[in-house]
Ligand binder design. Structure first.
Ligand SMILES: [Cu+2]
Length: 279
């Protein structure tokens, strides 16, 4: 995604890598409906189909040559995709209208890789937006599709997850993170929209160094480059179970680059950079 709702701040500084391997057979929720979605080699989003309200598992496969994320957005009214894209692409720090909801999805996924997320999707009108991380090369237009979530709640709960990350306005707490692929219950306990971008701290560096780096953008990034991992954006008071990849054990920083609904600086600038231990 670009600007506003996105990883722009991070993408500008680093080349975002991310999620995962394909060894992803465990932990499948028995009851959740599944949407198997991919970005194909031509950069088209395929597999989006109507689902019922309730828990929906999204299996996302990136078959394109660039890293892609998949962001679901719910709209309260009849807002068009163009209106949504104007918010998302309309400039960092701009307001996020109350009709637009971050409805999860998966974070940046490398070419040839897959990642899953399960989230309770209320009935309504959605758009799925897959954005390429072109790493400074020529921009690629996001791949998009309308998604209808119909009435008639399906049963089931979110699958269990061995790790939890809780976001508040403006901090993260985490437990149970392990080296490798993690299935994480990502809880947004705040009122604002949040996502997780995880960076491994470089040897001898601290969260204070990361905060200084994002504030000043001076010097070498105090992080290990190429092992970032991220999630999609979710609304306040919502949660999802999502895959993230922590390439190495040790100290990591969880960072959010989303702005408040009323606009303003990214949450990282408000101190939403929290140190966590990956075991
Ligand atoms: Cu945030």
């Amino acid at each position: 995604m670009k600007k506003g709702l996105t990883l722009l701040a991070a993408a500008a500084l680093l080349s975002l890598g991310a999620c995962g391997d394909d060894e992803d057979k465990e932990g499948t929720s028995g009851k959740a409906q599944t949407l198997s979605v991919s970005v194909n080699a031509q950069g088209r989003l395929i597999g989006i189909a109507p689902v019922k309200g309730g828990p929906v598992r999204i299996d996302f496969r990136n078959a394109a040559k660039n890293p892609y994320d998949l962001q679901l957005v719910r709209v309260d009214g009849g807002q068009s995709l163009a209106q949504v894209m104007r918010v998302i692409e309309g400039g960092e720090g701009g307001p996020i209208p109350s009709w637009l909801h971050g409805a999860g999805g998966v974070g940046t996924t490398k070419p040839g890789r897959s990642a899953s997320a399960t989230q309770v999707l209320p009935e309504g009108r959605y758009y799925a937006i897959a954005s390429a991380d072109t790493e400074g090369e020529r921009e690629v237009k996001p791949a998009t599709a309308a998604l209808r979530v119909q009435g008639g709640e399906s049963g089931g709960d979110l699958p269990s997850a061995p790790a939890t990350v809780t976001a508040t306005d403006y901090a993260f707490e985490a437990e149970g993170l392990k080296q490798g692929r993690n299935r994480i219950r990502f809880v947004n306990d705040g009122d604002e929209l949040h996502h997780i971008v995880a960076f491994q701290l470089a040897p001898g560096k601290s969260v204070a160094d990361v905060k200084r780096f994002f504030r000043t953008e001076k010097g070498r990034p105090p992080i290990v480059e190429g092992v970032e991992s991220s999630t999609a954006v979710i609304d306040g008071k919502t949660e999802q179970v999502v895959d993230m990849e922590f390439a190495n054990a040790g100290k990591w920083a969880l960072v959010c680059f989303i702005s408040d609904r009323k606009g303003g600086p990214p949450h990282a600038a408000k101190g939403m950079i929290s140190e966590v231990e990956v075991g």
